[in-house]
Design a protein around this ligand. Sequence first.
Ligand SMILES: *Cc1c(COP(=O)(O)O)cnc(C)c1O
Length: 398
Amino acid sequence: MTTDFTATRAAFALPEGVIYLDGNSLGPLPKAAAARIADCVTGEWGEMLITAWNRAGWMEMPRRLGDRIGRLIGAAPGTVVLGDTLSIKVYQALASALELRPDRRVILSDTGNFPSDIYMADGLVRTLGQGYELRTVAPEAVEDAISLDLAVLMLTEVDYRSGRRHDMARLIAKAHDAGALVVWDLAHSAGALPVDVAGADADFAIGCTYKYLNSGPGGPAFIYVAPRLAAEVRPALSGWLGHEAPFAFDTDYRPGAGIERMRVGTPPILQMAALEAAMDIWDRVEMADVRARSIELTEAFITGVEAACPGLALASPRDPERRGSQVSFRHPEGYAIMQALIARGVIGDFRAPDILRFGFTPLYTTLADVEGAVAVLAEVIGGALWDREAFRRRAPVT
Ligand SMILES: *Cc1c(COP(=O)(O)O)cnc(C)c1O
């Protein structure tokens, strides 16, 4: 193992007395981020004003950071760019993929996909009209549902609720055999497990940076386009920063070179400053080490919880190869149980209708954290400490 996880843990600001098992939803603050953002605000924005777009390299940030994320997902330099939020990237990738298969009308996804991905596809289908159709099947039925009328297979590799993982390379091969393109959402994969978008021959991949990658709330998303397609893709969201020459201010849209064309508008510089601080940590990390440690942590958690809390049913695949870096359990009072855990400093989250979800993030989570979390969970369940009105009151964000 070449990754120094003691050093990576020391690089995060983790509040005293908290065991944080929700870095799969919002990663914690890299200690260096506050100073980096302050420098960007006062040193760059404050001192350089508009000249910072050139002098501080702001305009190239979406590409520079894209290359650094690319290393984590098996994408070559110059094939990933940052910008917008993931929902927008879903729309953009899907619209471009559909346009590359003009004689086909069907999008296939699965019922375990994150609702926003489904909503965006549905909205796109409505806008396009012309007989476009979104089909969703159970995750286990996807492979058999790949048919010769399929234009685009749109999937999230790791299920946000259960952590179940699709076999990416296999489904890509099957979809390509049928003449379809594939869009992969890596929201729960990037920074969670090794991904090889180029090796698996993915067409499009998208993901967010505020989960495992730790860019902070509202951090921009990323998009990958296979180099063999990048020059053919016609961006549906044809914003000026995806234009070949934005500062020519032509009234005709001409797509920029390669991945540049997937940029839309002005990038979020302050948010990318935070991501830069996070990537300084990721640059010293090997994904194979993250995966080995993640499996160790999730296995220990499952063993511990099953021994201490027989009332909880495992909702994630038992085989670590079949799941991502999160573990979920079901309980009818899942919401109240999670609130009781949070009140005792163990932070996970709840996903309707009955899922207690725990993310394992080796950069700052240790086996001692796992043992601590199991002990608190056992207390909460064993003593029915969750059984209070206050813990049942739903907050807007669960
Ligand atoms: C978190 C997540 C999103 C969120 O999209 P935003 O536009 O960034 O809010 C979308 N899709 C998946 C699969 C996710 O896990």
